[in-house]
Design a protein around this ligand. Structure first.
Ligand SMILES: [Zn+2]
Ligand SMILES: [Zn+2]
Length: 347
């Protein structure tokens, strides 16, 4: 295991930003200048990770166990998995989703559920190939069947083609707003192909916080409500969507993937919008650095808010179907069909 030389010589990156382990307080377990960090884990082994928000100094083994335990706790707290479920894990090949595949495979052993990995190839040249290879490598190592499905198969074009087309036609839509609905629909279609009833995605605590603030600023209460893990979006959706790692910090997942030598792509998507999400992310990281634990308490507040939102209950009870494709939709035309109408190659 890499744990022994993990501190101080890493080129670990999160979304393209290299993390300097020796300068980050959470990755600074061996510094005795921090009063709470101890060179030894409570089990006696050498500390490799200092969890600033609760003062725990953890060795590699205890750190790994804590990630597994946290995931199990989230799953049981929100009743995410049931005996006999067929679970599709959306694996993009980044640190979060490879960690999720690894962790679920560990904790689901002997639980009567069947695991599958599903990878969506959006068609992003010189970027996706590496991530797909990583997903294949890990799925093979863990003996989890993997389905690779592509935008090309489902929609007849790659994301590269769709975005090029958008540019040519002068359509003002961000890359993520084109890709997002297509990605969600692709996961639904791939899940159907695999015959799974649950899709697990690797959203972490930081993702939930960022999504909350984006929707707070956009005034989108409906999407804030969706952050409640017990909100099943009624039975109109055949698929249950779960986020078993929603209570784990992003940087702990990065460290987990690193510590366990999981193959993951650290380069960020070339189309990633440098929009408000990045600003929120930087701000929250700064706050957490100054006030360890603030992200976790914010998550608790957000989940409380999300679960108490009640919007137009009559409207939400009614099942709406997209006039074009027949999928369950919040409006007359679903977001996928709206997106498809933007890219001429599919229209
Ligand atoms: Zn230990
Ligand atoms: Zn539609």
């Amino acid at each position: 295991m890499k744990a022994n030389n993990a501190i101080g010589e890493s080129t670990l990156c999160i979304q393209g930003e290299p993390i300097k382990l020796e300068s980050d307080p959470v990755f600074e377990p061996l510094s005795l200048s921090k009063p709470k960090a101890s060179p030894q884990c409570k089990c006696g082994a050498r500390t490799v990770y200092f969890r600033a928000y609760n003062g725990q100094s953890l060795c590699a083994k205890c750190f790994n166990e804590s990630i597994l335990e946290k995931t199990k706790k989230t799953i049981s707290k929100y009743d995410m998995l049931h005996y006999g479920d067929r679970v599709g894990i959306a694996v993009s090949g980044g640190k979060d989703s490879t960690s999720l595949l690894y962790v679920l495979n560990e904790i689901m052993k002997g639980h009567g559920s069947k695991l599958y990995a599903l990878t969506i190839d959006e068609g992003i040249e010189e970027y996706r190939e590496e991530a797909i290879k990583n997903a294949e490598k890990l799925a093979e190592k863990l003996s989890v069947p993997l389905l690779i499905a592509s935008y090309k198969d489902f929609f007849g074009f790659t994301l590269d083609e769709a975005l090029e087309d958008r540019k040519e036609r002068g359509i003002k839509a961000t890359s993520c707003s084109v890709c997002g609905p297509l990605r969600r629909r692709s996961i639904d279609l791939a899940a159907e192909e695999l015959g799974v009833n649950v899709v697990a995605t690797a959203h972490n605590l930081d993702d939930v916080l960022q999504t909350f603030y984006i929707n707070l600023y956009a005034g989108d209460l409906e999407r804030i409500r969706w952050l409640d893990p017990t909100f099943r979006q009624n039975s109109q959706f055949k698929l249950r969507r779960i986020k078993p790692m929603m209570e784990i910090y992003e940087q702990e997942l990065a460290f987990f993937a690193y510590l366990n030598d999981l193959p993951f792509q650290s380069e960020s998507c070339p189309y990633m919008d440098e929009g408000i999400r990045t600003e929120i992310r930087v701000h929250l990281n700064e706050l957490e650095r100054k006030h360890p634990g603030v992200k976790y308490s914010t998550l608790k507040t957000i989940l409380g808010i999300a679960s108490s939102i009640q919007i137009d209950s009559e409207k939400s009870k009614k099942i709406m179907r997209c006039e074009k494709c027949g999928s369950v939709s919040t409006g007359r035309i679903c977001s996928v069909c709206q997106t498809l109408s933007l890219v001429s190659s599919s229209a």
